[in-house]
Design a protein around this ligand. Sequence first.
Ligand code: URA
Length: 183
Amino acid sequence: MFVGEAPGEQEDLTGTPFVGRAGQLLDKFLYAVDIERKNVYIANILKCRPPKNRDPLPAEEDACIDFLREQVRLVRPKVIVCLGRIAAMRLIKPDYKITQEHGTWVEKGDFAMTAVFHPAALLRDPRRKEDMLNDMKAIKKRLDESEREFEKSRQKAASMVASAKASSDYILEQMDKIKKAKD
Ligand code: URA
């Protein structure tokens, strides 16, 4: 799951997050590290565009945060990536410093969180694109690891079900034999 700041103009018009210029750059990074956009859920802290794209006000974030909580509850992501400092300050810690702390990981219960530069910041300062690519590679690695963990648990559960079925088949067979011997 990726979480941005607030819809921009294009996002407000289409109702889809990250479809404007910043979104197109995000798509390039997803493509570069082999993450399909259809496999990630993208949300924003604010659900409406602030006037003239100014930073969200704390009261606006407060008004929207329960919607994001519900999105997280429904999606149950293994990894949450904050896109930019506004999301990182709201979701990781209020004094988050994106320039110094981007790409670091925080474990929070069922998921891990990290933050990367906001794609709009990369449009303004392309020198940060290399850092972004490295952070995105680490995110892909983490997603692959959690995919492998999930597959391992799935196989373990399948083998437990198979052995429970074998035990119950055996018991039924024995009971059948006992019944036949009695008759
Ligand atoms: N910037 C954001 O933070 N979110 C969007 O959806 C688009 C641009």
